[in-house]
Design a binder for this molecule. Structure first.
Ligand SMILES: [Zn+2]
Ligand SMILES: [Zn+2]
Length: 558
């Protein structure tokens, strides 16, 4: 191929190995001078395997090297897995941001938290709006999902049109916002779609996801039967769901109290675009206490068992104002996100232990529906768009490959399932993976962005499982021991037969022997002393506890 020839490429740096941290790149131009747009810039969340790391985001190193060629960051919708990384990664990318008003409101909040609000140019695009960014013409297509303003994008270039669906389902009655813009999808399909980059989350589910309107009815029926205080846990971003809960509460003669920062933030974002304006004012958590039990409903964050969220604090009994107990109810209008099974089970056991009755969609089908397309909906979308190339995204490997097979079943001429970092040439020629670039994940460890599985995290995991030994070695000017070696431990067990103090004494003696056996010259080097002590104490620890703790040796020289 002529190297000066224009190419159209798709490159996911996130969202194609996992459900979460969506970060998609589209490039146009000759290989040495591509112009890029970034679609979405999301995070995913840590779990028990990443102690101390709550937030994980894509590694943008590849596109950071081409920073001057990034024309824009365009956002499909305001879920964390699509916008959550903007405050952390924007300084490395420095591109203008395009979003619809609800998404823009929440992005501004994030940028304010990151002290970037005055640095980032945000262009608000109206729903169904169209705009040009270099060689890319973008038309937003209103879809339905589980948050206000979910947009698909028809991205037209001189080499063809890509339909980037973002997250969607086909909800005939989404309660808030417009239904799926079928007219636009058909029109775009009629003009010809080169490639469709499409949501794979529910590809294993037959049928359809179901409608928010039906959830509204189910919640109204359930909440109408409840007697004591009622707490409802749901995703704050699902404003239609919030609205259904509020309506159900008002029908049951209850006032609503929002609990959790993101509930308040989402309510403010919703009001900024004219949603949630026809309900009674919310009661604050102090006022709520003065209401009779049957007159109040708490709308809470924390349905995934997040330890600092409202529901967990209530379950632990350490919420400053709110308590639930015998005769009260907690409704989970949410699904279990894979990976959160254990914290959710713990949360539910604690609430049950307080006498709270639990309701979830396992025992009350209909009080939750997914926001992602099941197979019937996917088939419908393929029928509308009729893409030449199917590119599954928003899934783990198993989702993407199932989606690939499904697209082939639906007679899509070509289908490619890139992993994060795989660059797919969409045109000219047949679609194929032409390059593999640096990709990976960054961990927000405390407040510091670190490479995935960095040494500190590995050490922390090792220490969590095996404990820590701290050793103090004091050497004089001749590199001889000037005092007894001191050993302390963290997280190591002792018993009556062999108390910890005896274990530490034995370890100290072994350390002293190890130092005595070193050549005098080696003792002048701190690192050599640390290594000798570490090696010896790991062996001794293995004998005492049948495990090898982290050994931290401090050498003090007089
Ligand atoms: Zn998503
Ligand atoms: Zn979403």
């Amino acid at each position: 191929m002529n190297t000066s020839e224009n190419e159209l490429v798709f490159l996911p740096l996130g969202g194609s190995n996992e459900i979460g941290m969506n970060f998609n790149l589209y490039g146009f131009g000759p290989p040495h001078a591509r112009k890029w747009i970034i679609v979405d810039i999301g995070v995913t969340f840590g779990d028990q395997t990443t102690p101390g790391v709550d937030i994980i985001m894509p590694d943008p190193s590849f596109i950071e090297q081409h920073r001057k060629d990034i024309l824009a960051i365009v956002l499909t919708h305001a879920h964390e897995d699509h916008i959550g990384a903007i405050g952390w990664l924007w300084p490395r990318l420095k591109a203008p941001v395009y979003a619809t008003p609800f998404t823009a409101f929440l992005v501004r909040e994030k940028l304010r938290d990151a002290d970037l609000l005055d640095k980032v140019k945000i262009t608000e695009i109206p729903l169904s709006g169209q705009f040009d960014i270099g060689p890319f013409h973008i038309e937003l297509v209103t879809l339905t999902h589980s948050i206000p303003e979910p947009n698909g994008m028809a991205i037209t270039t001189p080499l063809g049109t890509i339909l980037h669906t973002g997250d969607w389902k086909i909800d005939p009655d989404p309660l808030l916002g417009e239904p799926t813009d079928i007219t636009a999808l058909k029109r775009i399909g009629d003009k010809g779609v080169l490639a469709m980059v499409c949501d794979s989350t529910n590809v294993f589910q037959e049928g359809s996801a179901g409608s928010e309107a039906d959830v509204g009815v189910a919640l109204e029926q359930l909440i109408g039967t409840l007697k004591g205080k009622v707490a409802v846990g749901c995703f704050a971003s699902n404003v239609a769901r919030m609205s259904s809960v509020i309506r159900a509460a008002e029908k049951a003669g209850r006032r609503v109290c929002l609990l959790g920062r993101s509930m308040h933030r989402m309510a403010a974002a919703a009001r900024s675009v004219g949603l949630l304006t026809d309900c009674k004012p919310f009661v604050n958590d102090q006022e709520a206490n003065s209401f009779p039990k049957s007159k109040i409903l708490y709308l809470c964050t924390g349905s995934q068992g997040e330890s600092r969220a409202a529901l967990s604090r209530i379950a632990e009994g350490n919420h400053p104002h709110i308590s639930l107990g015998e005769g009260d109810a907690c409704v989970f209008s949410s699904r279990v996100i894979p990976g959160n099974e254990i914290p959710i089970r713990n949360l539910q056991n604690r609430l049950a232990g307080r006498g709270v009755r639990l309701y979830s969609d396992r025992d009350h089908p209909g009080i939750h529906v997914s926001g992602h397309p099941c197979r019937d909906e996917l088939a419908q979308m393929y029928q509308w768009a009729r893409p030449q190339i199917a590119i599954p995204t928003h899934g783990e490997r198993r989702h993407l490959l199932e989606h690939l097979a499904f697209a082939r079943e639906l007679q899509t001429p070509q289908a490619v399932a890139p992993k994060n970092g795989d660059m797919v040439r969409l045109a000219p020629g047949r679609a194929e993976i032409i390059d593999e670039v640096v990709s990976g994940r960054l961990f927000l460890d405390g407040g510091v962005l670190t490479p995935e599985n960095s040494d500190p995290l590995r050490e922390r995991r090792h220490a969590a499982a095996n404990g820590v030994l701290i050793v103090a070695v004091t050497l004089d000017k001749k590199n001889k021991l000037a005092a007894d070696v001191e050993v302390r431990g963290i997280g190591l067990p002792g018993d009556e037969d062999y108390p910890l103090s005896d274990a530490f004494d034995d370890l100290a003696e072994d350390a002293e022997d190890a130092i005595a056996n070193m050549a005098a010259e080696a003792r002048s080097d701190d690192r050599s002393v640390q290594q000798a002590v570490g090696r010896t104490l790991k062996k001794t620890a293995q004998r005492i506890w049948e495990r090898r703790p982290v050994v931290e040796t401090v050498v003090v020289r007089l």
